[in-house]
Design a protein around this ligand. Structure first.
Ligand SMILES: NC(=O)c1ccc[n+]([C@@H]2O[C@H](COP(=O)([O-])OP(=O)(O)OC[C@H]3O[C@@H](n4cnc5c(N)ncnc54)[C@H](OP(=O)(O)O)[C@@H]3O)[C@@H](O)[C@H]2O)c1
Length: 288
């Protein structure tokens, strides 16, 4: 089974995590089904779950996903076996997704996440996005301060460019970068960010790794994916995840799931070996 290290922390995880967002946003499953997804993930050896304070319906529902995960892991007796990484830096007014990197908001968000997750320290806390209205250093300073206070163990960034990552590294240690990346969006392979993360021992976490909350259905329609699915006797989603895993031992995709069958299938990508010609053909998919 393939494993991934978080940054250079020595902490190891199964190479496929669970993106828990679909369990809490609009169209979410009922609680029993959400619990079943988390249970199946843990039962099959999953130990890295991605959440955010804003994974819920709107500003009145902040922390929904964090509370759900905490409750499920508590019932499963798995709190110490699974790293739950969360994020701060957005708001959800009326259900919209709005960036807010104000230091006071980041502190309040982190403190609320500590409560929702019922912990004293968040193992990996990610800045959800960079707020163009706030000096990036001020947002980072707020997170570093929370780290110094012991409320955060490791820091991660999300939705960043190579230049922004380099800027952050002049200021603090960064253990992970979480960006949009999949077969149809290979930007971070082309702009050097993924290679840079490898060189600096930063875990690269592709989000929407099978094409996105709605976009993933495109995988089933792609002739190349259909052909490879038949060849490897695997779902197109599993092929898409295996392709990402082949791209580097520092890459830890976090596919979303609201159904047990989805996460069970995704986890099996860690056992799927693709041929070099097939990887090259998949590389070209984004150009079409
Ligand atoms: N940092 C950010 O700004 C950001 C933004 C977006 C997402 N994220 C994170 O990244 C995670 C994943 O992204 P995402 O949820 O947007 O997109 P995604 O993982 O590309 O797609 C999720 C959807 O694909 C389906 N799926 C996944 N694996 C499957 C499989 N093996 N077979 C069949 N269907 C499968 C699931 O369907 P079912 O629902 O039917 O199970 C799920 O709802 C999120 O949950 C969240 O944690 C972060």
């Amino acid at each position: 089974m393939q494993q991934r290290e978080l940054g250079n922390t020595g902490l190891m995880f199964r190479a496929i995590g669970l993106g828990a967002m679909p369990l809490s946003i609009s169209g979410r499953p009922d609680e029993a089904q959400a619990f079943a997804v988390i249970e199946a993930f843990v039962a099959d050896g999953g130990n890295f779950i991605d959440t955010a304070n804003v994974y819920g319906l709107d500003d009145d529902d902040i922390g929904h996903n964090e509370r759900l995960i905490r409750q499920a892991l508590g019932q499963l007796g798995a709190i110490d076996k699974v790293l739950v990484t969360t994020k701060g830096g957005l708001r959800r007014p009326g259900g919209a997704w709005v960036v807010d990197g104000d230091p006071d908001w980041l502190r309040l968000s982190c403190e609320r996440s500590l409560q929702a997750l019922q912990t004293d320290c968040i193992s990996l806390y990610q800045l959800h996005a960079i707020d163009p209205k706030v000096d990036f250093r001020r947002s980072l300073e707020a997170l570093v301060k929370l780290k110094e206070e012991g409320k955060i163990r490791y820091l991660g960034l999300s939705n960043v460019s190579p230049a922004q990552l380099e800027q952050a590294l002049e200021f603090t240690v960064v253990s992970s970068v979480q960006n949009h990346c999949n077969l149809f969006d290979q930007r971070d392979f082309r702009n050097g960010l993924i290679d840079f993360c490898r060189a600096r021992r930063i875990t690269y976490i592709p989000y929407s790794p099978v094409g996105g909350h709605h976009g993933h259905v495109r995988l089933d329609q792609e002739p190349l994916l259909q052909q490879l699915a038949a060849k490897y006797q695997a779902s197109p989603h599993r092929i898409a995840l295996a392709w990402l895993l082949h791209k580097g031992r520092h890459i830890l995709p976090i596919p979303g799931a609201s159904r047990v069958a989805s996460i069970r299938d995704s986890l099996q990508a860690t056992n799927l070996k693709l041929g070099a010609d097939d990887i090259a053909a998949l590389d070209r998919l984004a150009e079409q």
